[in-house]
Design a protein around this ligand. Structure first.
Ligand code: GLA
Length: 415
């Protein structure tokens, strides 16, 4: 009998690590684009656990959690260096109760939580980063209970090989951490991560320089490297990210950076750098429309504890969020790319199609859009996902649209 017990114990011990490993299937960690609140654009490095708790509360109370915004993403500035055993510690002034207590609180609200580090010795804002400590830091993040890691690339060499190796190293460390941690690659599109980041173990990758709270830098920028230093607005980022539609799909998303919706040019915030003096509500609504059409991760950055009505309405449009979160996971294809009109088409899992029509000019414009020109046939119903009006398409598949300057109309077309 004792012999049997001994064997049973040995088998259990052998099986236990397999159970741990079975929890981690990195290839399936982000079937739809991640959503939540990210600290950077509003707080910069001035983050505090009290704010993070009240932000978590606000996500729940505003209904945003139940619409899918189910993460608090902590960005740069949380770090307090390393202890005598080289374990990363949180800044005790910003996190007096310790990171684990905050993570537990956020989890108790039915939310997940993300953390931030960098593939060098210092982060972009100059805090302790993870190079050389990947395994140890991944274990620390897992022990604290984090569900997501944004991994930046400041202070790291410019070449592709080093970047790929450093991202792979952290992805492997997360794999071995015993916890499912989604991995966000953040090297700003400089080394075309859409080609390699998924294979390296990432579930999303930034495609451009940091977004600023503005519509455009005023220059027709065609690729990411030209955007650095100019201040990337909503339109500049759209223009670059739109051409990458073939690279996005379930568990591997193009990340055009955070939503600036509702920031209104908040002074002193990173999003107000480089001419980020704010946008109109029409432009904020366009960002939400375009990000959802492009199947982008949706990271809110305005203060969700104090949203005005317009911001609440823009962020809480379930019909639009459904386009982003559609399980087919296709990023819209840009089918018209002209100086006034930009048109995007996104196929959806139930056979419906979303079409987005953006007016880039500085005046209201009217057009007759024939959806059959874009291969959309057999759809005779349309719903305007902002006004909620439904109407029938005529047999030629024409939609007459009047679109304000910088507005994006979005229609869901169905049988
Ligand atoms: C980089 C990233 C930003 C933010 C900051 C933090 O600029 O691209 O999104 O994380 O670093 O320092």
């Amino acid at each position: 009998m004792r012999e049997n017990l001994k064997y049973l114990l040995i088998i259990l011990c052998l099986l236990y690590p397999m159970k741990e490993m079975a929890q981690v299937n990195r290839g399936e960690l982000a079937p739809t684009p991640p959503m939540g609140f990210m600290t950077w654009n509003y707080f910069g490095v001035n983050i505090h656990e009290d704010d993070l708790r009240t932000l978590a509360d606000a996500l729940v109370e505003s209904g945003l959690r139940d619409l899918g915004f189910n993460h608090i993403f902590i960005d740069d500035g949380w770090q307090g260096g390393r202890d005598s055993k080289n374990n990363m510690i949180a800044d005790p002034k910003k996190f007096p109760s310790g990171m684990k207590a905050l993570v537990d609180y956020v989890h108790s609200k039915g939310l997940k939580i993300g953390i931030y580090s960098d593939a060098a010795t210092l982060t972009c804002a100059g805090y302790t980063a993870s190079l050389g400590f990947e395994e140890q830091d991944a274990k620390t993040f897992a022990k604290w209970g984090f569900d997501y890691l944004k991994y930046d690339y400041c202070h790291a060499p410019a070449d592709w090989q080093t970047a790929i190796a450093r991202y792979e190293k952290m992805a492997t460390a997360l794999q071995n951490s015993g916890r499912n941690i989604v991995f966000g690659v953040c090297e700003w599109g400089d080394r075309q991560p859409w080609i390699w980041a998924k294979k390296a173990g990432g579930q999303l990758w930034r495609t451009t320089a940091d977004v600023r709270d503005k519509w455009s830098c005023g220059v027709n920028v065609k690729n990411q490297s030209e955007l650095h230093g100019k201040g990337a607005g909503i339109w500049d980022i759209t223009n670059i990210n739109a051409d990458l539609h073939t690279f996005a799909g379930p568990n591997g998303w193009n990340d055009p950076d955070m939503l600036v919706v509702g920031l209104y040019g908040k002074k002193g915030a990173p999003s107000s750098d480089l001419g980020g003096t704010g946008c109109t509500d029409t432009e904020y609504q366009s960002q939400m429309s375009l990000w959802c059409l492009m199947a982008a991760p949706l990271m809110i950055t305005c203060d969700v504890r104090n949203m005005n009505e317009a911001t609440r309405r823009i962020l809480s449009n379930k019909d639009i969020i459904d386009i982003d979160q559609d399980k087919l996971g296709k990023q819209a294809q840009r089918v018209v790319n002209e100086s006034v009109w930009q048109i995007f088409v996104k196929p959806l899992s139930n056979g419906d199609v979303a079409i987005g029509i953006l007016n880039l000019s500085d005046k209201e414009q009217t057009a007759n859009v024939n959806v059959q020109d874009f291969g959309i046939v057999g759809k005779n119903k349309a719903k305007d996902l902002w006004s909620k009006k439904t109407f029938k398409l005529n047999s030629q598949g024409k939609i007459k649209v009047t679109v304000a300057s910088h507005e994006t109309k979005v229609y869901r077309l169905s049988k």
